[in-house]
Design a protein around this ligand. Structure first.
Ligand code: GLA
Length: 735
């Protein structure tokens, strides 16, 4: 090789390797219909370059970035896959680390990624990022449920340094959405006012949704949101994300509209008072963010999320559920053995599967006769139940129903033996006055001894009474005075408490589920104070609210059902609105997991006949309701009546509920037909009215045949009026 050739060769070699070094890496995380695409820049930083419908030619994902004309200066690096802090980044970070030497800067470079097929429908992508200076490793995980278009995303942070590092912020997900405009639907509430929706346009700056309540962290705001792109989505139109953080503790969602009017979303456990320290070689796995995206409206997104939840997340999501009679509102704390046994008959009479004994059955030194005492002392109260739970289980079984029981094992009343013996197990500031929420305090689940105790409450009940058929697991207090005696003794920072509490709870629930996989457990938290997909991994169902006023429940169903399937939503017939007829109250409860919380003996004869019939009917359509697709046909917010339809997979069977929510006078609220959805246009159907009150007849002709095509294009009039303020219709394909 002469000199010139050598020079040309070296030039070619160097330009090739320079080109190579700069060649961006592009990869995608795809569901059946959508793609999340990542690309490196010339500093090996990883950007999210695309989120939207899948491209036909995957090679073209690599050239998306060429179409973007962002100003290339540093402050404009908004679309990072996981935004670090302390170097070039001047926007809200996903990660903030104080390194062992006190330096607060982190840079993340892309190392590699891998894709694993977990099963036919499930793929996991792991992306490895590394700080070249401090060797902090960040792994991003994206689990995709292809058919359901559901993405599950989380992060693992590993300390590769020679000393302890402090994580000041450790988000689960950092996402970037390019669009014209964004409308956020957030939910807020309080006790008995859960899931109040508000939709608003996101303006420049950061909108924060968060909770600092510790335990029943969703009390004021669940870790749930809906995000519409361009314009607020409707049930059948629009681009929309439905999301939930699978985490039963403090959370934080940050929605930042950047200067290109795009949206940065940073979601995870709330870093408030929760700095997390990692020793050498330790890792932290963040909570998982679950989201689904649809370009054909909210209804489609919900159906995808429901299918995913039943199949992959909710405990026994495809399993049967039990109907029940609960004694809470019928007796509150005021009952004894005799009274309970008399109620078993009522449960049997109604035809439900089990009787659920609520609060008030335990504690002796400080009997649980109201909510001020006894919590923590899980021995049967000898005065009320001289023969113990075992006797009740037997008597219930003799009456032909199973027996279920209420516990609240994470909490304690200061007036209890447990508190007297184990103040060190209680979350409280040792030298400050105590503050109570519902007269109680929270046990310190970061402490393994407390975990054993809480598991023991459950385990003892079942060891002594193996045939208990159901548990309602309550959690009523928030965390005040966040301080753990255990962490103090272990010399672990108090700022770990909020995270360790939830991890401790999950450890207990892991043990419960390992030993008791078959027991249905209801997730309750003074109503819907703790509803999230992290908890629902262990629970079969949840109590949406202590508010069972039927009209309120129509609205709550509308909003909860955007995120959670009907088989997880317990709905009880109660006395909250005595002015509403038993039919109206029952029809509304029939749209969830049906239960009653009434004194059956107080029902009029015809009311009892009606309820029994309603339970029987429920048994015939419950599979469609629990496992079918839900279509929210008409919103109670914008119309006189709310309307909801459920269709089974074969499209042979549907169940359709309509509830009047309007109080103003009008003769007929359904002047026009309502278009049904999800049927087969080529099948023919008959429509029959269910849940008719004794002595009434339906104005609808159940013999008439309609094509699915007609029902979906023209529709059908359920004939809702003041006299018919709830209408339950069954739609069956004619063979
Ligand atoms: C909470 C629950 C109720 C009931 C009471 C018992 O408020 O939400 O359903 O179980 O506790 O104290």
């Amino acid at each position: 090789m002469n000199n010139l050739n050598r020079f040309l060769f070296l030039l070619a070699f160097f330009s090739f390797s320079i080109m190579n070094a700069q060649d961006p890496v592009t990869f995608r995380v795809e569901s059946q219909d959508f793609a999340l695409v990542f690309q490196t820049d010339n500093l090996q930083r990883l950007h999210q370059s695309y989120f939207g419908p899948r491209l036909k030619n995957a090679a073209e994902y690599a050239i998306v970035t060429e179409q973007l004309r962002y100003n290339g200066t540093n402050e404009d690096q908004f679309n990072m896959a996981y935004t670090p802090s302390g170097t070039w980044n001047v926007s809200e970070p996903a990660l903030q680390v104080l390194h062992a030497d006190g330096n607060g800067s982190t840079e993340l470079e892309y190392q590699k990624h891998s894709v694993t097929k977990l099963e036919d429908n499930v793929q996991l992508t792991k992306v490895e990022l590394l700080d070249p200076l401090y060797k902090t490793q960040v792994n991003l995980f994206y689990k995709v449920f292809l058919k359901e278009n559901v993405f599950e995303q989380w992060t693992e942070i590993h300390n590769g340094e020679q000393g302890t590092i402090e994580l000041k912020k450790y988000a689960s997900a950092n996402l970037y959405f390019r669009n014209e405009d964004f409308h956020l639907t957030q939910y807020s509430g309080s006790w008995a006012q859960e899931m109040y929706p508000e939709t608003h346009h996101l303006t420049a700056g950061i909108k924060v949704l968060d909770s600092k309540l510790g335990t029943r962290a969703n009390l004021y705001s669940p870790p749930t949101f809906m995000l519409s792109f361009d314009a607020p989505a409707t049930e059948t139109e629009g681009k929309v994300i439905l999301a939930n953080l699978a985490w039963s503790g403090n959370f934080k969602f940050e929605f930042e509209r950047d200067r290109y009017d795009n949206l940065r979303l940073i979601a995870g456990a709330n870093p408030y008072a929760a700095e997390y320290f990692l020793k050498v070689d330790e890792s932290l796995e963040t909570p998982h963010l679950i989201f689904t995206y649809s370009e054909t409206g909210i209804g489609n997104a919900s159906r995808n999320l429901h299918r995913w939840a039943r199949k992959y997340q909710v405990w026994d999501g495809m399993g049967k559920r039990k109907t029940l009679l609960n004694n809470w509102e019928a007796t509150y704390f005021d009952f004894d053995e005799k009274k309970l046994v008399s109620l078993f008959e009522g449960a049997h009479e109604l035809g439900v599967d089990l009787f659920l004994l609520d609060d008030g059955w335990f504690a002796n030194k400080y009997p649980r006769n109201d909510d001020r005492a006894g919590l923590g002392d899980w021995q049967e109260n000898k005065k009320k139940l001289p023969n113990g739970i075992g006797y009740l289980v037997e008597e219930a079984e003799k009456a032909g129903v199973e027996f279920g029981i209420w516990i609240e094992p994470e909490m304690v009343n200061p007036k209890s033996e447990l508190y007297e013996q184990h103040q060190d197990w209680v979350i409280r500031q040792p030298d400050r006055r105590e503050f109570y929420y519902r007269n109680q305090l929270v046990l310190d689940l970061s402490n393994p001894e407390v975990q054993d105790f809480v598991f023991g409450v459950f385990d003892d009940l079942f060891t002594q009474n193996p045939s208990i058929g159901f548990v309602k697991w309550d959690c009523n207090a928030v965390i005040y005075n966040a301080f753990s005696d255990y962490l103090d003794r272990q010399k672990i920072s108090q700022s770990h408490l909020y995270v360790e509490y939830v991890k401790g709870l999950y450890k207990v629930l892991d043990r419960v589920r390992a030993k008791y996989p078959k027991v249905p457990i209801m997730l309750c938290s003074g109503g819907g104070g703790r509803v999230d997909y992290g908890a629902l991994k262990y629970y079969t169902e949840f109590w949406p609210s202590d508010n069972t006023a039927p009209v309120d429940r129509v609205y709550m169903h509308w909003d909860y059902s955007r995120f959670f399937p009907a088989n997880t939503m317990c709905a009880h017939v109660t006395e909250w609105s005595r002015d509403a007829s038993i039919k109206y109250r029952t029809d509304i409860a029939c749209m969830g997991k049906l239960g009653f919380d009434i004194d059956v003996e107080e029902l009029e004869a015809e009311e009892l006949v009606f309820c029994k019939q309603a339970v029987k009917s429920y048994d015939t359509y419950k599979e469609t309701l629990w496992f079918g697709d839900q279509y929210r046909l008409q919103s109670p917010y914008d119309h006189h009546f709310g309307s909801f339809q459920f269709v089974d997979e074969s499209k042979d069977h549907a169940i359709w509920f309509s509830y009047l929510v309007e109080q103003r006078y009008e003769i007929n609220y359904s002047v026009e037909p309502l278009r049904l959805q999800g049927l087969d246009p080529d099948k023919n159907y008959q429509i029959k009215e269910l849940n008719l009150f004794p002595g009434t007849t339906s104005p609808l002709d159940s013999k008439k045949i309609y094509s699915g095509d007609f029902l979906m294009k023209v529709g059908f009039n359920p004939d809702v009026s003041r006299a018919r303020n709830s209408v339950v219709l069954e739609i069956t394909a004619v063979k």
